[in-house]
Design a protein around this ligand. Structure first.
Ligand code: FAD
Length: 445
């Protein structure tokens, strides 16, 4: 064989090899796109495609299909790869860790809150967590981003930011007053101690925030977080008591000035300092104030007859003590589903939800509720509204159905979210705006 033929054969083999590799690559890409398309179709059908609050937005022109966002996301199927680019699948399942935002090597992802069709009421805060009232900061769920880890992170960041702006020449009792001892307030108080600030933590009830209202047997899902003055808390699935014990231990060890049973009624800016007044009439003056009061203090009501009755509750503390009752749970989020599941073993549970499908559920909860309904352990009523609560029965109207159905009933639990404490914030002068799809985490390019 002459050299020319030899070279021709080698080049042909290389070309065939490249074509085969390319074809396999394109086939796999096509297959992947088809799978993602099918998942998007299901997400649309089941109401998870449209974002509810926080969600990633992808800049398609910058995306290089590294897949880093998908690997980094601890949730499943929020983002997929379609036609060689990242695309959103289950936007409403995003719980806002921002892992995709940080992982993307070409900074193609931003985190947005609200969408064109669904606005979200938010207090005005800038990227340092300072509100439009200079010197007053907001962290945690009140600012729009829920979950324990996020609140812990924001509490620390807000304090680091405000520490730089403290003017020691201003006369006040405290450098910082922190309002609310939930995950955000706890973390903020530790960060303040670490930054040598004289701070006080004021809490209307007792240490723990919304976590204290969780059922004792609930599995608290979270991800590793940095707690100031303590270090990494490597927890994924934990319990309310484990978290509360940890916070109590860390706050005690660091001699945090915590004042429980102190409901803050007003925060008044006076020249360069603030007067924080409690319901009991105490006054605390401070150079800066951090408001970390969450949203669950004012649970959203249904405003229906009978709702003031003693058998209606907005939290579930000890499901294991409730037996042989007819229970109606209202809501379609994780708290409603988790409560229904916890109560279903020992009671007759009806879950009433006004939506057509569940939207933003943790995937484990989605699976468990589907199983429970299939096994007739929970009576699920989609497109339904509770309309009347009486001593031994309730009335439920199915949307578009002509009549109301009557169900025997002993207890009603309502989990339809919390309301922004609008009046409290407006009295301080904090502006509230409805966000229809606004970036809250974006790379400067
Ligand atoms: C049923 C349910 C289950 C959940 N499960 C999970 C889960 O598994 N994993 C997870 O990560 N997240 C979960 N969450 C969400 C999580 O609990 C919240 O996102 C988180 O607690 C918010 O922290 P925060 O510090 O911003 O506010 P909060 O925890 O709400 O704390 C705010 C604190 O401020 C206090 N306060 C309010 N007003 C005043 C006032 N005027 N004066 C003084 N104090 C005041 C309140 O009493 C409260 O203690 C769940 C929420 C609910 C309702």
């Amino acid at each position: 064989m002459d050299i020319f033929t030899e070279k021709l054969i080698i080049y042909s083999l290389v070309a065939i090899f490249i074509v085969v590799i390319l074809s396999v690559y394109l086939l796999l890409q096509k297959r992947e796109s088809r799978i993602v398309e099918a998942k998007i179709a299901i997400a649309k059908e089941e109401g998870r495609y449209e974002p509810i609050t926080l969600h990633p937005v992808i800049d398609i022109n910058s995306c290089i299909r590294s897949g880093a966002c998908i690997t980094a996301c601890p949730e499943k199927d929020i983002i997929g790869i379609k036609d060689g680019k990242a695309t959103i699948i289950n936007a409403s399942r995003c719980i806002g860790h921002g892992a995709c935002f940080h992982a993307c090597p070409v900074q193609a992802i931003s985190l947005y809150i609200g969408s064109e069709s669904r606005g979200v009421d938010l207090p005005h805060v800038d990227h340092t967590f300072e509100t439009n009232v200079p010197g007053i900061y907001i962290a945690g769920e009140l600012g729009g981003m829920g979950l324990i880890k996020n609140s812990v992170e924001q509490g620390r960041q807000a304090v680091d930011n405000l520490t730089r702006k403290i003017d020691k020449n201003v006369v006040a009792q405290y450098d910082l007053v922190i309002v609310g001892a939930g995950p955000a307030g706890v973390s903020a108080s530790l960060a303040a101690k670490g930054n040598n600030l004289k701070a006080i933590l004021l809490e209307q009830h007792s240490l723990g925030g919304t976590v204290i209202t969780f059922p004792r047997s609930k599995i608290v899902m979270t991800s590793p977080m940095d707690l100031p003055l303590h270090g990494k808390v490597k927890l994924y699935e934990t319990s309310k008591m484990e978290l509360l014990n940890l916070w109590t231990e860390v706050l005690t060890k660091n001699e945090i000035d915590l004042r429980e049973n102190t409901k803050v009624e007003s925060i008044q800016p006076i020249e360069k300092y603030f007067v924080v007044r409690s319901l009991k009439g105490e006054e605390f003056t401070a150079r800066k104030v951090l408001v970390a009061i969450g949203r669950s203090g004012s649970p959203r009501k249904l405003d229906i007859p009978g709702e003031l009755s003693a058998k209606v509750a907005y939290r579930l503390l000890e499901p294991e003590l409730i037996k042989d009752k007819n229970i109606v749970i209202v809501g379609g989020g994780d708290s409603a589903i988790e409560s229904a599941l916890l109560l279903a073993d020992q009671n007759k549970v009806t879950l009433s939800y006004r939506g057509e499908t569940f939207g933003r559920l943790k995937s484990k909860n989605s699976e468990k509720i589907r199983e429970a309904v299939e096994e007739n352990r929970i009576n699920l009523l989609f497109r339904s509204n509770l309309t009347f609560i009486e001593d031994h029965q309730v009335k439920v109207k199915i949307t578009e159905a002509p009549t109301e159905m009557t169900l025997p009933n002993d207890l009603v639990y309502i989990f339809v979210g919390g309301e922004l404490p609008v009046k409290f914030l407006e009295n301080i002068g904090i502006r509230i705006t409805k966000k229809f799809g606004e970036a809250i985490l974006k790379h400067e390019k």
